[in-house]
Ligand binder design. Structure first.
Ligand SMILES: *[C@@H]1O[C@H](CO)[C@@H](O)[C@H](O)[C@H]1NC(C)=O
Length: 486
C-alpha cells in the first residue's frame, strides 16, 4: 500500500501530484465525509487532498534546493489517514529538479596579480562557480573571454568538480598594458542553459625590464664664454617606462676631468647642467662630458654632452714694447727704427684681429714686421731746434663689436747736433768815442746767439782784422768780454 509520486519543484500551489482516490480505490465524492486527511511529516504542510477530485495537490511552492540541499534524491513523505476505516497510507513524493538556479560565483569581481616576467604557460587557479541544481542542470562548463594574453584550462578535481585555471598564453608587458580585463562565464546544461559571470581584473606587476633612454644620444650646446655663473647650459632627459623605483631615473657625470668637475655641475634629479665658475674660450673652447642615467633597479645608459664655448670679445689687444730708444740724434736718417713692438689679442677670429696706428701727424710711421711685431721708424730727419722730444702714441684696436682698444706712449728725446752757426743780433754795430779816453772804457756791446744746445750753443767772440778809417797806425787792441749761452 505504498503510494509514490513525483512532482517538479517550483510548481504553483494547487498543482496536481497524484490521484490518491483512484490509486487507493476510494469512492468519490464521499472522501471528506469519511474523514480522509493528509498528515505531513515535517513542520510544514506541503501537500493537501482536493476534496472533490481526490487528487493530491501541492499546498505551497516547493524549492528542492532549499529542502534537500545536497541530497541527490529529494523525497517528501506524508500519510493519508482515513478516519472511518482507521487506516494509514504512507505516501512518498519525489521532488524533481528543474533548472531554476544559474551558476554563481561567490565574488563577481576577481583580482589577479601577475608579474610581467611570468613565463607563458603559467597557471593561476580561479574561483569556482556553484550551481545547486542537479545533474545537467548544474554547472557544466567554463568559458573565458577578453584578451589574447590569457586562455582557460579546466581541471577535474577528485570529486569530479571542475576547477578553472587562468593560463598565460602570451608574455605580459606592463609598459604596454598594466591591466587586463577578462570575463569568466560558467554555464549549466539546462534547457535553456543558465550562466553566471565573474569579472577578472589582472594587474601586471612591474619588473625592471626597461633601461632608461636619453632623449638624445648626444647633446651639443654652444655657450658664449661670458655666460654668467649659475646659468643652466643644457638639461638632459632620460625616461624609463618602468614603474616606481624601477622607473625613477637619476643622473650622474661618468668620466669627467678634474677641471671640468670644477666648472660644471649636474643635478641628479633634474638633469640640469649648470655653470659653477666662468668659462674662458682662450683656456678651452670645448668640453665633453659623459652623463649616466640610472634607474632604481640599476639599469643605466650613457649620453655624451658636448659644450662648445664660443668666443666673446673680452680681451683688449696688448702692446708690449720689446725694444725702444729713448733718445735719437737729430741727424739720424729717415727710416731709423726707434722701437720694436709686439701686439697680441687673446681672442679669436675678428675679436682677435688687431689694427695698429700712430696718433697725430708725427714724423714716425708703423712698419709691420714678422707676425705680431711692428717697428716704429722715422719718416724724415728730425730737428731738435723745432721739436726736442716726442710722445709717440701707438694705438691697437681689435675687430670685435664693439671694438676693444689699448695704447702705449713712447717717449723719445731728440739729441742735439751742432748744425746751427751763431747769429749776431745786428748785422753791424757802430759807436762814437771821444778822443783821449781812458783805456778800458766800454765801446759797445755785441751779441750773438746759437739755437743749438749745450756746448754747441756756447758762443765765443774774437775781433777779426779791421781797418781804421783815416789812420794807418794800429790802435791798442780793444778787449771783448762776455759770452752767450743758450
Ligand atoms: C710728453 O709727455 C710728458 C709726460 O706726460 C709731458 O710732460 C710732456 O710735456 C709731453 N711732451 C710733449 C712734446 O707732448
Amino acid at each position: 500500500g505504498q503510494l509514490r509520486y513525483s512532482v517538479p519543484e517550483e510548481v504553483p500551489k494547487g498543482s496536481f501530484v497524484g490521484d490518491v482516490a483512484k490509486d487507493l480505490g476510494l469512492q468519490m465524492p464521499a472522501l471528506p465525509d469519511r474523514g480522509v486527511r493528509i498528515i505531513d511529516r515535517g513542520r510544514r504542510q506541503y501537500f493537501a487532498l482536493h476534496g472533490k477530485t481526490g487528487h493530491l495537490v501541492t499546498a505551497e511552492r516547493i524549492d528542492r534546493e532549499q529542502l534537500c540541499r545536497l541530497v541527490e534524491k529529494c523525497v517528501l513523505r506524508c500519510e493519508l489517514i482515513v478516519e472511518g476505516e482507521m487506516k494509514v497510507y504512507p505516501i512518498e513524493v519525489e521532488i524533481m529538479d528543474i533548472n531554476d538556479n544559474a551558476p554563481a560565483f561567490k565574488d563577481i569581481e576577481l583580482e589577479q596579480r601577475i608579474s610581467e616576467t611570468t613565463v607563458p604557460g603559467s597557471r593561476f587557479p580561479l574561483a569556482e562557480a556553484h550551481d545547486p541544481d542537479l545533474g545537467q542542470n548544474s554547472l557544466q562548463s567554463y568559458e573565458l573571454s577578453g584578451d589574447e594574453h590569457f586562455s582557460l584550462a579546466v581541471q577535474t578535481g577528485p570529486g569530479g568538480d571542475q576547477r578553472p585555471e587562468l593560463v598565460l598564453a602570451k608574455p605580459l608587458d606592463r609598459e604596454e598594458a598594466a591591466f587586463h580585463e577578462l570575463v569568466l562565464r560558467a554555464s549549466d546544461g539546462g534547457d535553456p542553459s543558465r550562466t553566471g559571470t565573474a569579472r577578472i581584473r589582472v594587474t601586471v606587476l612591474d619588473a625592471n625590464d626597461n633601461a632608461p633612454v636619453f632623449s638624445q644620444a648626444e647633446y651639443t650646446v654652444r655657450v658664449p664664454e661670458d655666460m654668467p655663473v649659475g646659468s643652466t647650459l643644457v638639461t638632459v632627459t632620460a625616461t624609463d617606462p618602468d614603474d616606481g623605483l624601477n622607473g625613477h631615473v637619476k643622473y650622474s657625470l661618468k668620466t669627467i676631468t678634474v677641471k671640468a668637475s670644477e666648472i660644471f655641475q649636474l643635478d641628479a634629479e633634474t638633469g640640469e647642467i649648470t655653470l659653477l665658475r666662468s668659462l674662458d674660450f682662450e683656456e678651452s673652447d670645448s668640453y665633453e662630458l659623459d652623463v649616466q642615467a640610472r634607474d632604481g633597479g640599476s639599469l643605466s645608459v650613457i649620453a655624451k654632452v658636448v659644450i662648445a664655448v664660443t668666443d666673446v670679445n673680452d680681451n683688449a689687444p696688448e702692446i708690449s714694447v720689446r725694444s725702444a730708444l729713448s733718445e735719437i740724434s737729430e741727424d739720424a736718417p729717415s727710416g731709423t727704427v726707434v722701437a720694436l713692438l709686439q701686439v697680441q689679442d687673446r681672442d679669436s677670429g675678428a675679436n682677435g684681429e688687431v689694427r695698429c696706428s700712430l696718433d697725430g701727424s708725427l714724423p714716425f710711421r708703423l712698419e709691420s714686421s714678422q707676425g705680431s711685431y711692428y717697428r716704429v721708424v722715422t719718416t724724415r730727419e728730425l730737428d731738435r731746434e723745432q721739436e726736442s722730444e716726442y710722445n709717440v702714441t701707438v694705438r691697437a684696436a681689435d675687430g670685435g663689436r664693439p671694438s676693444l682698444q689699448s695704447s702705449r706712449v713712447l717717449w723719445l728725446r731728440v739729441l742735439d747736433v751742432n748744425d746751427n752757426a751763431p747769429v749776431f743780433l745786428q748785422e753791424r754795430y757802430s759807436a762814437r768815442l771821444s778822443e783821449n779816453n781812458v783805456a778800458g772804457a766800454l765801446v759797445l756791446r755785441v751779441r750773438a746767439t746759437d739755437s743749438d744746445w749745450g756746448e754747441n750753443a756756447r758762443v765765443r767772440y774774437r775781433l777779426g782784422e779791421g781797418g781804421v778809417r783815416g789812420s794807418a797806425r794800429s790802435p791798442p787792441s780793444p778787449r771783448m768780454r762776455g759770452c752767450v749761452y743758450r
